[in-house]
Ligand binder design. Structure first.
Ligand code: FAD
Ligand code: NAI
Length: 462
């Protein structure tokens, strides 16, 4: 039996970051991970492989659509699917190997296998029982299931199967117009699949600022994605290698079918807590199956903490990481704080979408008086030169004080641009603070400044 200050269950962004921070703060740390490689969902089957596929397919799109206009003549590249998957796998390997290196550097033990908690203070892995003063559950999430839809990860797939298909499907039906459906739907649309997205609600990307969501849908439609909104999927049948998706339109209850070579089920994710022994421990859970925690990530059982996708809040890698760091600092007696009002959300399509804070809808619900400052990328010189003039920056500020309440960007590098506004919000800045900060020319960042100027006396280039 070995003994640790902290044992963390799960080596995703929540668990591995928590482990590194605990080690930096002088604790003896072990991480239990059942996968063959470290990094969790994010590095193995989530953020990283999907971004590799988005990058490769975007490069193809650029070659097909924009190279000739810049005087770059020649045949557009053809797709070597096996090599594209190999590139994706190599990217995963580099990242997961990087975490293994960081574990060694920080003297963190990797306890290989699936862990359970027989009692507070003890973690069982295989036949071994290890002792720990603190246990942190960072066991992550898995794809939610849909009644009438049986996933086989070949014809009917979750994101995991969609990242390693045997071939590029001719017809792909995506169930769910959320983040996974739109990112992976874009990948296959760019690679030549006919992509239809079936969504239960009447708009894509629920929770996103509605004006941005409408613009986003228009842009994706221009890229060839088809949308069937307000549609409740009844089931999927598979015959041979072909699938049929049956759905009912909610407005008139009429039933329809769609034929597909591949069906991607992307209707959300749920916490993964199987095999941990939480029932026997008497762990308090929410009615959505998340582990209940307090502001310091403590569960109702002394000495057991939980972070990341397994608890409440957005299921995002950076949210899990921040909780991992804060949990570790709390265990070391510090007083950390995660600001849940300033957690950015990014969709890595082309163009990207980046959001933070309030939307117009949430402000209206709260009765908060606000002003809007907007600037289109068409007025940004760099964007025009780079065929990236579609989209805009939108900043929402308090009507009386000019303090920034939220921001939403659809356009080039939106996922990076949004962080200027995150930092401003952390400092309690007003739009005028951004507007009076000199921004280098020609950069996409100038569009953020112009939107900030539009909150006051007006943007210059609009
Ligand atoms: P996870 O990353 O899920 O890690 C949990 C780990 O715990 C797993 O490796 C699992 O094997 C292990 N584990 C579970 N139970 C046990 C046990 N009993 N014993 C041992 N090990 C155990 N988020 C973003 O912010 N940006 C993105 O671009 C993004 N893209 C995504 C794309 C896809 C296709 C998917 C599916 C998700 C994406 N996400 C993205 C979400 C992101 O992956 C998660 O929010 C993040 O991984 C959560 O981190 P975590 O540490 O809580 O859990
Ligand atoms: P999601 O919650 O983003 O979207 C699910 C969509 O499916 C919603 O639009 C919902 O209305 C719809 N839906 C639900 N039931 C349905 C039904 N029966 N029929 C038709 N539509 C239905 O979930 P998604 O895309 O599966 O992603 C899961 C998580 O992974 C998200 O929480 C997200 O935060 C995270 N993720 C983050 C990424 C990023 O940050 N770029 C990328 C990919 C995933």
């Amino acid at each position: 039996m070995s003994s640790y200050d902290v044992i963390i269950i799960g080596a995703g962004p929540g668990g591995y970051v928590c482990a590194i921070r605990c080690a930096q703060l002088g604790m003896k740390v072990a991480v239990v991970e059942g996968r063959e490689t470290l990094g969790g969902t994010c590095l193995n089957v989530g953020c990283i492989p999907s971004k590799a596929m988005l990058h490769a397919s975007h490069m193809l799109h650029e070659a097909e659509h924009n190279f000739a206009s810049m005087g770059l003549k020649g045949k557009a590249p053809s797709v070597d699917w096996k090599q594209m998957l190999a590139y994706k796998d190599e990217t995963i390997g580099q990242n997961t190997g990087g975490i293994e290196f960081l574990f060694k550097k920080n003297k963190i033990d990797w306890l290989k296998g699936w862990g359970s908690i027989p009692e507070a203070g003890k973690v069982k892995v295989g036949d071994d029982i290890h002792e720990a003063r603190h246990i942190v559950i960072a066991s992550g999430s898995e794809a939610s299931s849909l009644p009438g839809v049986k996933v086989d990860e070949k014809t009917v797939v979750t994101s995991t199967g969609a990242l390693e298909l045997g071939k590029i499907p001719k017809k792909l039906v995506v169930i769910g117009a959320g983040v996974i459906g739109l990112e992976l739907g874009s990948v296959y649309a760019r690679l030549g699949s006919e992509v239809t997205v079936v969504e239960f609600l009447d708009a894509i990307t629920p929770g996103m600022d509605a004006e941005i969501a409408r613009q986003f849908q228009k842009m994706l439609t221009k890229q060839g994605l088809k949308f069937t909104l307000g549609a409740a999927v009844q089931g999927v049948t598979v015959k041979g290698a072909k699938a049929t998706v049956t759905y009912k339109l909610r407005k008139d209850d009429s039933e329809h079918t769609l034929a597909a070579d591949t069906v991607l089920v992307a209707t959300g994710r749920k916490p993964y807590v199987e095999g941990l022994g939480l029932d026997a421990l008497g762990m308090e859970m929410t009615d959505r199956g998340q582990i209940k925690t307090d502001a310091k990530y403590a569960t109702n059982i002394a000495g057991i903490y939980a972070i990341g996708d397994a608890i409440e809040g957005p299921m995002l890698a950076h949210k899990a990481e921040d909780e991992g760091m804060a949990c570790a600092e709390g265990l070391a007696g510090q007083h950390p704080h995660v600001n849940y009002g300033v957690i950015p959300g990014v969709i890595y399509t082309h163009p990207e979408v980046g959001s933070v804070g309030e939307t117009e809808q949430t402000l209206k619900e709260k009765g908060h008086a606000y002003k809007v400052g907007k600037f289109p990328f068409m007025g940004n010189a760099r964007a025009k030169a780079n065929f990236a003039g579609d989209g805009f920056v939108k900043i929402l500020v308090d009507a009386a004080t000019d303090r920034i309440l939220g921001a939403h960007i659809i356009g080039p590098m939106a996922g990076d641009l949004i962080h200027e506004i995150c930092v401003a919000m952390e400092f309690g800045a007003a739009a005028e603070d951004i507007a009076r900060t000199c921004h280098a020319h020609p950069t996409y960042s100038e569009a953020v400044r112009e939107a900030a100027l539009a909150c006051g006396d007006g943007a210059i280039h609009a």
